[in-house]
Design a protein around this ligand. Structure first.
Ligand code: CP
Ligand code: NVA
Length: 306
């Protein structure tokens, strides 16, 4: 494992290994065991071309807990935002720092950064993928259910970056996944095919439809995300109309197993993709999920950068 650009960069064993490591780091952190020897003196550059609360804070705090330092590099402040190439940015940053976390629009830019640079690159979200989020989600599901293999996750809503990465993450961990999106908002075909290929080896079941009720039926985990991802704001009115039948409310949630849990990567928009009674209800794990970003990303950074 040299970079984390897409969950397909990791084997199933590496994903489970990272979750095991994150569980250990979480337990130790809560019991006062320090981790500041692990990346002592190392620096992570964090390039952001989009907003963030969780990703920014969890990477910065995680790096501090590991004994290193994180630099916040807004693309509006660095020369990348004024047209300096990804090539030159990658080569320059590789001379100063020990790793890069990047949140941006184009997946290709993240891949180019890894290709041209000589330090590990971590994808902190692109228009196509959000691998760190899905690692935290898998950790949260295993924490709650005790295992992953054979569980059913239903993803309802936009076939976006989170959905694409969930397809790969579930396929890799032998979870079954049912995705229900409205017509025209499907997951990226490339990632559906990738997930199907992985699933044929792990035994996971991938189901793609436009029917939220059948997707949620007997699910162990129900997941949704915003209908308006960053960069989609201009389409808000149309999206709100198109996605209305895909709201995760108590009627839809009740079709899942009685002990099903609810996940959302956050930020959430109550009254749109999910209702308050579900997201703030007793089976919602959203803040464990947000917390686990810290622990799993510490495991990722420690693995890639030490
Ligand atoms: N879930 C997530 O990535 O949140 P932020 O956009 O706040 O980083
Ligand atoms: N799909 C959302 C995820 C935010 C963490 C977006 O891209 O805005």
């Amino acid at each position: 494992m040299k970079h984390l650009l897409c969950l397909n960069d990791l084997t199933s064993e590496e994903i489970i290994g990272l979750i095991d490591y994150a569980d250990k780091l979480k337990y130790e952190h809560k019991n006062g065991i320090r981790h500041d020897h692990i990346l002592k003196g190392k620096t992570l550059g964090m390039i952001f071309s989009k907003s963030s609360t969780r990703t920014r804070v969890s990477f910065e705090v995680g790096m501090k807990q590991l004994g290193g330092h994180a630099l916040f590099l807004s693309s509006t402040d660095i020369q990348l935002g004024r047209g300096e190439t990804v090539h030159d940015t990658a080569k320059t940053l590789s001379r100063y720092i020990d790793g890069i976390m990047i949140r941006t629009f184009s997946q290709k830019d993240v891949e180019d950064l890894a290709f041209y640079g000589s330090i590990p690159v971590i994808n902190g979200l692109t228009d196509e993928l959000h691998p760190c989020q899905i690692l935290a989600d898998l950790m949260t599901i295993r924490e709650s259910k005790g295992y992953l293999k054979g569980l059913k996750l239903a993803y309802i809503g936009d076939g976006n970056n989170v959905a694409n990465s969930l397809l790969i993450g579930c396929a890799k961990t032998a979870m079954n996944i049912s995705v229900a999106t409205p017509a025209g908002y499907n997951c990226d075909k490339k990632y559906v095919l990738m997930a199907q290929k992985i699933a044929s080896m792990t035994g996971s079941c991938i189901d793609i439809s436009s029917d939220p009720e059948s997707a949620v039926s007997s699910a162990d985990v129900v997941y949704t995300d915003t209908w308006i991802s960053m960069g989609m704001e201009a389409d808000k009115d149309k999206r709100v109309r198109d996605f209305a039948p895909y709201q995760v409310n108590s009627a839809l949630f009740s079709k899942a197993k009685p002990d099903a849990v609810f996940l959302h990567c956050l930020p959430a928009y109550r009254g749109f993709e999910v209702t308050e009674d579900v997201i703030d209800g007793p089976r919602s794990l959203i803040f464990d999920e947000a917390e686990n970003r810290l622990h799993i990303q510490k495991a990722v950074m420690a693995t890639l950068m030490s």
